[in-house]
Design a protein around this ligand. Structure first.
Ligand code: AMP
Length: 216
Protein backbone atom coordinates (compact mmCIF):
# COMPACT_ATOMS: atom_id res chain seq x y z
CA UNK A 1 0.00 0.00 0.00
CA UNK A 2 1.58 3.29 -1.12
CA UNK A 3 -0.61 6.20 -0.10
CA UNK A 4 -0.53 9.98 -0.28
CA UNK A 5 -2.71 11.99 2.11
CA UNK A 6 -3.88 15.39 0.89
CA UNK A 7 -6.02 18.02 2.56
CA UNK A 8 -5.67 21.35 4.33
CA UNK A 9 -3.87 21.80 7.63
CA UNK A 10 -6.39 20.70 10.27
CA UNK A 11 -8.01 18.05 8.03
CA UNK A 12 -6.66 15.31 10.31
CA UNK A 13 -4.01 13.88 7.97
CA UNK A 14 -1.62 13.25 10.85
CA UNK A 15 -4.24 11.46 12.96
CA UNK A 16 -5.44 9.40 10.00
CA UNK A 17 -1.86 8.65 8.96
CA UNK A 18 -1.04 7.18 12.38
CA UNK A 19 -4.22 5.05 12.46
CA UNK A 20 -3.74 3.78 8.89
CA UNK A 21 -0.05 3.06 9.48
CA UNK A 22 -1.00 0.88 12.47
CA UNK A 23 -3.64 -1.01 10.49
CA UNK A 24 -1.40 -1.70 7.48
CA UNK A 25 1.92 -2.05 9.31
CA UNK A 26 3.68 0.49 7.12
CA UNK A 27 5.42 3.76 8.11
CA UNK A 28 3.69 7.10 8.21
CA UNK A 29 6.08 9.65 6.75
CA UNK A 30 5.22 13.22 7.71
CA UNK A 31 7.41 15.88 6.12
CA UNK A 32 6.23 18.36 8.78
CA UNK A 33 7.44 16.01 11.56
CA UNK A 34 10.80 15.41 9.85
CA UNK A 35 11.29 19.17 9.36
CA UNK A 36 10.31 19.96 12.98
CA UNK A 37 12.84 17.36 14.14
CA UNK A 38 15.56 19.11 12.08
CA UNK A 39 14.53 22.49 13.51
CA UNK A 40 14.70 21.12 17.06
CA UNK A 41 18.13 19.57 16.49
CA UNK A 42 19.36 22.79 14.85
CA UNK A 43 20.68 21.02 11.73
CA UNK A 44 21.57 23.02 8.60
CA UNK A 45 18.34 21.85 6.99
CA UNK A 46 16.39 22.87 10.11
CA UNK A 47 17.92 26.35 10.16
CA UNK A 48 17.09 26.73 6.46
CA UNK A 49 13.50 25.46 6.88
CA UNK A 50 12.60 27.32 10.04
CA UNK A 51 11.97 30.77 8.60
CA UNK A 52 9.55 29.34 6.05
CA UNK A 53 7.72 27.23 8.64
CA UNK A 54 7.41 30.13 11.12
CA UNK A 55 5.72 32.18 8.40
CA UNK A 56 3.43 29.32 7.34
CA UNK A 57 5.08 29.21 3.89
CA UNK A 58 6.29 26.13 2.04
CA UNK A 59 9.91 25.05 2.37
CA UNK A 60 11.53 25.06 -1.14
CA UNK A 61 10.75 21.98 -3.24
CA UNK A 62 14.39 20.91 -3.70
CA UNK A 63 14.97 20.67 0.05
CA UNK A 64 11.81 18.69 0.76
CA UNK A 65 12.11 16.39 -2.26
CA UNK A 66 15.62 15.19 -1.40
CA UNK A 67 14.59 14.72 2.24
CA UNK A 68 11.65 12.49 1.20
CA UNK A 69 13.70 10.54 -1.35
CA UNK A 70 16.24 9.68 1.36
CA UNK A 71 13.45 8.61 3.72
CA UNK A 72 11.80 6.35 1.11
CA UNK A 73 15.08 4.46 0.74
CA UNK A 74 14.99 3.31 4.33
CA UNK A 75 14.12 -0.40 4.63
CA UNK A 76 10.85 0.10 6.55
CA UNK A 77 9.37 1.74 3.43
CA UNK A 78 10.08 -1.30 1.24
CA UNK A 79 6.57 -2.70 1.65
CA UNK A 80 4.66 0.55 1.47
CA UNK A 81 4.27 3.94 3.10
CA UNK A 82 1.83 6.68 3.94
CA UNK A 83 2.98 10.14 2.91
CA UNK A 84 1.45 12.85 5.08
CA UNK A 85 2.06 16.43 3.93
CA UNK A 86 3.98 15.47 0.79
CA UNK A 87 3.64 16.23 -2.07
CA UNK A 88 2.28 19.74 -1.62
CA UNK A 89 3.15 21.12 -5.08
CA UNK A 90 2.98 19.70 -8.61
CA UNK A 91 6.79 19.83 -8.81
CA UNK A 92 6.97 17.60 -5.72
CA UNK A 93 4.33 15.25 -7.19
CA UNK A 94 6.32 14.97 -10.41
CA UNK A 95 9.52 14.19 -8.50
CA UNK A 96 7.73 11.49 -6.52
CA UNK A 97 6.21 10.01 -9.68
CA UNK A 98 9.63 9.82 -11.34
CA UNK A 99 11.17 8.14 -8.31
CA UNK A 100 8.38 5.56 -8.08
CA UNK A 101 8.58 4.86 -11.82
CA UNK A 102 12.20 3.88 -11.32
CA UNK A 103 11.22 1.30 -8.71
CA UNK A 104 8.14 0.25 -10.76
CA UNK A 105 6.02 0.64 -7.66
CA UNK A 106 3.43 3.35 -8.37
CA UNK A 107 1.10 4.92 -5.83
CA UNK A 108 -1.90 2.85 -4.76
CA UNK A 109 -4.14 5.85 -4.05
CA UNK A 110 -4.23 9.52 -3.11
CA UNK A 111 -6.72 10.34 -0.38
CA UNK A 112 -7.98 13.88 -0.04
CA UNK A 113 -9.47 14.69 3.38
CA UNK A 114 -11.99 17.52 3.07
CA UNK A 115 -12.89 19.85 5.89
CA UNK A 116 -14.33 23.39 5.94
CA UNK A 117 -11.93 26.28 6.63
CA UNK A 118 -13.39 27.37 9.96
CA UNK A 119 -13.42 23.84 11.41
CA UNK A 120 -9.81 23.40 10.22
CA UNK A 121 -8.80 26.58 12.09
CA UNK A 122 -10.63 25.45 15.27
CA UNK A 123 -8.84 22.11 15.10
CA UNK A 124 -5.42 23.77 14.67
CA UNK A 125 -5.86 26.40 17.38
CA UNK A 126 -6.93 23.88 20.03
CA UNK A 127 -4.45 21.09 19.51
CA UNK A 128 -1.77 20.10 22.02
CA UNK A 129 0.80 17.30 22.05
CA UNK A 130 2.66 15.63 24.88
CA UNK A 131 6.40 16.10 24.21
CA UNK A 132 7.21 12.96 26.23
CA UNK A 133 4.78 10.27 25.05
CA UNK A 134 3.47 11.88 21.85
CA UNK A 135 -0.21 11.65 22.86
CA UNK A 136 -2.40 14.30 21.25
CA UNK A 137 -5.18 16.38 22.81
CA UNK A 138 -7.58 19.11 21.83
CA UNK A 139 -8.79 21.84 24.17
CA UNK A 140 -12.33 21.60 22.83
CA UNK A 141 -12.72 18.12 21.28
CA UNK A 142 -10.44 15.96 23.46
CA UNK A 143 -9.36 17.87 26.58
CA UNK A 144 -6.97 16.36 29.16
CA UNK A 145 -8.36 15.86 32.69
CA UNK A 146 -6.11 18.65 34.01
CA UNK A 147 -5.45 21.78 31.92
CA UNK A 148 -2.37 21.39 29.67
CA UNK A 149 -1.14 18.26 31.50
CA UNK A 150 -0.81 14.83 29.84
CA UNK A 151 -3.28 12.30 31.35
CA UNK A 152 -0.82 9.46 30.81
CA UNK A 153 2.63 10.72 31.80
CA UNK A 154 1.94 14.05 33.55
CA UNK A 155 4.16 16.14 31.24
CA UNK A 156 3.19 19.69 30.34
CA UNK A 157 1.51 19.69 26.93
CA UNK A 158 2.93 21.77 24.08
CA UNK A 159 1.44 23.59 21.12
CA UNK A 160 3.08 23.76 17.72
CA UNK A 161 4.83 27.08 17.05
CA UNK A 162 2.82 27.54 13.82
CA UNK A 163 -0.61 26.86 15.37
CA UNK A 164 -1.28 30.51 16.29
CA UNK A 165 -4.25 32.04 14.47
CA UNK A 166 -2.31 34.25 12.03
CA UNK A 167 0.07 31.48 10.90
CA UNK A 168 -2.73 28.88 10.79
CA UNK A 169 -4.76 31.10 8.44
CA UNK A 170 -1.68 31.77 6.30
CA UNK A 171 -1.02 28.00 6.07
CA UNK A 172 -4.60 27.45 4.89
CA UNK A 173 -4.26 30.19 2.27
CA UNK A 174 -0.95 28.76 1.01
CA UNK A 175 -2.58 25.31 0.82
CA UNK A 176 -5.48 26.68 -1.26
CA UNK A 177 -3.07 28.25 -3.77
CA UNK A 178 -1.48 24.88 -4.58
CA UNK A 179 -4.33 22.45 -3.92
CA UNK A 180 -6.25 22.57 -7.22
CA UNK A 181 -3.34 21.87 -9.59
CA UNK A 182 -2.12 19.09 -7.31
CA UNK A 183 -5.57 17.48 -7.13
CA UNK A 184 -5.91 17.77 -10.92
CA UNK A 185 -2.53 16.06 -11.31
CA UNK A 186 -3.77 13.03 -9.36
CA UNK A 187 -7.34 13.08 -10.76
CA UNK A 188 -5.87 12.83 -14.28
CA UNK A 189 -4.09 9.67 -13.13
CA UNK A 190 -7.29 8.24 -11.62
CA UNK A 191 -5.71 8.11 -8.18
CA UNK A 192 -7.69 10.77 -6.30
CA UNK A 193 -10.35 9.81 -3.74
CA UNK A 194 -12.15 12.41 -1.66
CA UNK A 195 -13.13 11.64 1.94
CA UNK A 196 -15.38 13.82 4.11
CA UNK A 197 -13.21 14.40 7.20
CA UNK A 198 -15.73 16.37 9.26
CA UNK A 199 -16.27 13.52 11.71
CA UNK A 200 -14.51 11.86 14.66
CA UNK A 201 -11.18 10.15 13.80
CA UNK A 202 -12.53 6.56 14.06
CA UNK A 203 -15.42 7.39 11.72
CA UNK A 204 -13.03 8.98 9.20
CA UNK A 205 -10.76 5.90 9.37
CA UNK A 206 -13.77 3.67 8.64
CA UNK A 207 -14.66 5.83 5.63
CA UNK A 208 -11.03 5.62 4.47
CA UNK A 209 -10.89 1.84 4.86
CA UNK A 210 -14.13 1.65 2.84
CA UNK A 211 -12.45 3.56 0.00
CA UNK A 212 -9.27 1.44 0.16
CA UNK A 213 -11.15 -1.86 0.27
CA UNK A 214 -13.16 -0.87 -2.81
CA UNK A 215 -10.02 -0.25 -4.88
CA UNK A 216 -9.66 -2.60 -7.86
P1 AMP B 1 2.66 20.12 8.53
O1 AMP B 1 3.18 19.47 9.78
O2 AMP B 1 2.38 19.13 7.44
O3 AMP B 1 1.50 21.04 8.81
O4 AMP B 1 3.85 21.04 7.98
C1 AMP B 1 4.36 22.11 8.75
C2 AMP B 1 5.19 23.05 7.87
O5 AMP B 1 6.31 22.32 7.33
C3 AMP B 1 4.47 23.60 6.67
O6 AMP B 1 3.70 24.76 6.98
C4 AMP B 1 5.65 23.92 5.73
O7 AMP B 1 6.33 25.09 6.15
C5 AMP B 1 6.57 22.75 6.00
N1 AMP B 1 6.30 21.60 5.08
C6 AMP B 1 5.86 20.37 5.43
N2 AMP B 1 5.74 19.58 4.35
C7 AMP B 1 6.12 20.34 3.29
C8 AMP B 1 6.19 20.11 1.88
N3 AMP B 1 5.85 18.92 1.34
N4 AMP B 1 6.61 21.12 1.09
C9 AMP B 1 6.97 22.32 1.60
N5 AMP B 1 6.91 22.61 2.91
C10 AMP B 1 6.48 21.63 3.76
Amino acid sequence: MRLVLLGPPGAGKGTQGVLLAERYGIPQISTGDILRDHVQRGTRLGIQARSYMDRGEYVPDGVVVSMVMDRLEEPDADHGFILDGFPRTVAQAEALERALEETEEPLTAVLKFSVGGELAVRRLLGRYTCPTCGRTYHMEFKPPAEDEVCDVCGSTLERRADDDELTARRRLAVYREQASPLERFYAERDLLHQIDAEALPDEVVDRTMGVLEALP
